[in-house]
Design a binder for this molecule. Structure first.
Ligand SMILES: Cc1cc2nc3c(=O)[nH]c(=O)nc-3n(C[C@H](O)[C@H](O)[C@H](O)COP(=O)(O)OP(=O)(O)OC[C@H]3O[C@@H](n4cnc5c(N)ncnc54)[C@H](O)[C@@H]3O)c2cc1C
Length: 430
């Protein structure tokens, strides 16, 4: 039995730990804070492999530099001197062509098709019956939940998503959906305002309550016998030959293992660069908060034009949005939340005055987190220059959807020494 050290306890690191245990390895997860409190905590919780697409999208080019420099834009980049960021964006734009998007999309399909099976494996628990993730994945449109709805104030805007669905279909992954009018959307989600005139009902999706789900995943990993060491930042990785050594701040003893997995989300580059990983991972920061809703919507709602993503949590309604290309360590910026609130106001009925809708003024859990974005829109999963050090991350907008499948496939690679075909395009050394 090998001892694998996993640096980073987000959904990717915890899933990798779970599947490595399932294959009989001894595993230790180390996290700089508390496991599950990074990007994996405050996201929208959509499990949508059917529409998990590369982020560098030809439509991004249409936004233009002027739009992204405006603080109220849904894609925001502060005009600042940051050569690494500008280099990243240049490569990002170069990948935003239709042909590169199509190539990247075909690569993603390979892992997208494993996404739900991996969640089901976590829900079943290990072969020994231990380590079930108790918090369910909900299937919209089933068991009393509303379907996954995209909603629009202008029917013309719907063409954008339909075009994307056609492209996903052309890449080899059919998308199943139906068109709705405004009243049909309101019948399913009574909280949306009369301004909504069109919608799309998307099939083959699921969703989770992210804080509860990652807490349950953490508990399942512990139950399986994985050691989790928290509040411990890893500062370096040294491959000394047969063993790999993690180093910490002065005074903390190094820790050695047979293999290491770097799963540090948007900070992946800090440890992976010295291991030959040249692809930059940058934070695409997003914001979320929760509000009271009555009635509580029973499924996710997406407003593609405003880029606002909503999900019911246990007793509040989470509203998320924004793509802010800033350092993940930059402070929380209240103007971004204000921009999401401004964009959301016309979309919902106002609960305090109408008795139905959402109360955007009564916000809690205001949060910023970092999507780990790569310039080619593909994750980094596999071995580095060291055959004992692996990387798992860079999933951008889809790290929750693809986290468990990533852990499952990477555990196979680490324990068999063979790269599973779906991971072939995601080599961290590309
Ligand atoms: C607003 C928003 C909405 C989103 N919505 C969705 C969605 O609906 N569906 C979806 O699939 N995805 C969504 N995402 C993306 C998703 O949240 C991320 O892709 C995913 O959580 C990344 O997981 P991770 O495990 O790679 O990183 P993280 O969850 O960030 O975990 C990384 C961990 O590494 C630790 N760490 C970092 N450096 C070190 C170090 N040196 N030593 C020790 N530990 C370290 C951190 O403390 C952290 O716990 C959304 C993201 C945002 C911001």
């Amino acid at each position: 039995m090998a001892h694998v050290l996993i640096v980073g306890g987000g959904v990717v690191g915890l899933s990798t730990a779970w599947f490595l245990r399932e294959r009989g390895e001894e595993v230790t997860v180390l996290d700089a804070g508390r496991a599950g409190m990074g990007a994996s905590w405050g996201n929208a919780g959509w499990l949508t492999p059917g529409i998990s697409t590369p982020l560098p999208d030809p439509a991004i080019l249409a936004y233009g530099i002027k739009a992204v420099a405006s603080p109220s834009s849904p894609v925001y980049m502060p005009v600042s001197f940051d050569p690494e960021l500008w280099g990243f964006l240049l490569r990002f734009l170069r990948n935003s062509t239709p042909s590169r998007w199509m190539t990247a999309m075909r690569s993603l399909i390979g892992i997208n098709v494993h996404a739900f099976d991996a969640f089901d494996a976590l829900a079943r628990g290990g072969a020994d019956g231990v380590g079930r993730v108790e918090v369910p994945t909900h299937v919209p449109g089933k068991d009393g939940t509303a379907p996954f709805i995209a909603a629009y104030t202008d029917v013309r805007h719907r063409k954008g998503l339909q075009h994307e669905f056609d492209q996903i279909d052309a890449a080899g992954q059919p998308v199943s959906y139906q068109l709705l009018d405004g009243d049909e959307v309101r019948a399913l989600i009574p909280n949306v305002s009369d301004a909504i005139t069109a919608g799309i009902r998307l099939e083959d999706t699921r969703f989770i309550d992210p804080p509860r789900y990652v807490a349950s995943l953490r508990a399942a990993v512990l139950a399986r016998g994985v050691r989790i060491v928290e509040d411990t930042e890893v500062l370096g990785i040294d491959d000394d030959g047969p063993r790999v050594r993690l180093t910490f701040s002065p005074g903390v003893e190094p820790l050695s293992g047979d293999a290491v997995v770097v799963a540090t989300g948007s900070l992946l580059g800090r440890l992976a660069k010295r291991l030959g990983v040249r692809t930059t991972v940058r934070a695409g920061r997003g914001y979320s908060f929760s509000v009271p809703a009555d009635p509580m919507p029973t499924g996710p709602v997406y407003f593609p034009f405003e880029r606002v993503a909503c999900t019911p949590l246990a007793d509040r309604f989470r509203v998320a949005g924004m793509m802010e290309f800033r350092r993940s360590t930059a402070p929380f910026d209240a103007r971004r939340v204000a921009a999401i609130v401004r964009a959301s106001k016309p979309l919902f009925r106002d609960l305090p005055t109408e008795g139905v809708g959402v109360d955007l003024a009564d916000r809690a859990d205001e949060w910023v987190g970092s999507r780990p974005c790569t310039p080619d829109g593909l994750p980094l999963i596999g071995a580095t220059r060291s055959e004992r050090v692996f990387v798992a991350g860079g999933h951008g907008m889809w790290g929750v959807t693809l986290g468990p499948a990533t852990g499952q496939l990477l555990a196979e690679q680490i324990t068999t020494g063979r790269t599973p075909p779906p991971l072939a395009s995601f080599s961290p050394l590309r």
